[in-house]
Design a protein around this ligand. Structure first.
Ligand SMILES: Nc1ncnc2c1ncn2[C@@H]1O[C@H](COP(=O)(O)OP(=O)(O)OP(=O)(O)O)[C@@H](O)[C@H]1O
Ligand SMILES: [Mg+2]
Length: 273
């Protein structure tokens, strides 16, 4: 028995050391990593938020490319765009999605948020209003063990739980716990009409994910009083990382995707949306 426990402990220790090899993830999105200290801690849950068309999906597609090219396993869970459209977009950004899929590095899957809401409801009624079962049977395909999970978007999942915000919250807590327990780094898209920290009247609609998440990256649409627009981004928080707290410009470039300019801090007379 003692021998068995020692073997088990040694196995656990080795696993831990293996995991310690890489504590931080560099996104390798041009210009981004210099804003994010040592990088994004492995196992973090990061919200990618912003208004419509601000570049949230493209940010995630860029991550698919940079992560798969480094041999990381990526699960892209789409609640909005179909798989083939996302695969086509990846080609536009210089990625080779077919190759990643063939190597077993990429799994793009479209989910129906209503199915998830229904499954949670069924589980809840079985478990007397307490979600005792792990999220895995509900959401994460059991045959794929990802390093990175991208969810586009939490807002779509949330709207499927219409009027049942407590169920969505229970589900989110389980999901965050699952991701943390499996040391999966996740990027969770959230559509926001007003940037969280800017709008004084902002009420988090039953989501409470800002506090559950380890990091928040906001993508802005910048409107200048002169009539022109720009794109900008900011890291609002990243637990355990000394972040650069500036709002800097970025562009979405043909054939490359997101390119951040960490030296171009926003200035002038503008409004962030
Ligand atoms: N191939 C491309 N080259 C350059 N710019 C592009 C390309 N594809 C999309 N864009 C720009 O990116 C914008 C959309 O980005 P994206 O789809 O990531 O937004 P989003 O934040 O996910 O929006 P939504 O909330 O509607 O899903 C488009 O409006 C377009 O201006
Ligand atoms: Mg999108």
């Amino acid at each position: 028995m003692l021998f068995y426990n020692m073997k088990k402990r040694e196995k656990h220790r080795k696993k831990k050391i293996k995991g310690e090899g890489e504590k931080f993830i560099k996104t390798r999105i041009p210009g981004f990593d210099s804003l994010c200290g040592d990088g994004i801690p492995v196992g973090s849950s990061v919200l990618v938020e912003g208004g419509p068309g601000n570049g949230k999906t493209i940010f995630c597609l860029n991550l698919v490319k940079t992560m798969c090219e480094r041999g990381k396993k990526v699960l892209f869970m789409s609640f909005e765009e179909p798989e083939d459209r996302l695969m086509d977009h990846l080609w536009l950004f210089g990625a080779k999605p077919d190759e990643y899929v063939k190597k077993g590095l990429l799994y793009v899957k479209r989910f129906n948020a209503l199915d998830i809401a229904r499954s949670v409801e069924a589980l809840l009624s079985e478990a007397k209003k307490e979600l005792l079962i792990e999220v895995q049977p509900v959401l994460i395909p059991p045959e794929f063990k990802p390093d990175i999970v991208l969810i586009d978007s939490l807002s779509s999942i949330s709207s499927a739980f219409s009027g049942e915000s407590s169920r969505f919250r229970i589900y989110m807590e389980q999901l965050f716990r699952y991701l943390e327990g499996h040391n999966i780094t996740s990027f969770l898209v959230r559509e926001v009409a007003n940037p969280t920290h800017l709008a004084s009247g902002y009420v988090e609609q039953g989501e409470a994910v800002s506090f559950l998440s380890d990091g928040i990256i906001v993508l802005y649409n910048v409107f200048y009083k002169t009539g022109h627009r720009k794109r900008a981004m900011e890291i609002i928080k990243m637990r355990g990382v000394d972040i650069d707290r500036r709002i800097v410009e970025f562009e979405i470039k043909k054939g490359r995707g997101i390119v951040v300019n960490p030296n171009k801090v926003l200035s002038g007379n503008y409004i962030l949306t």
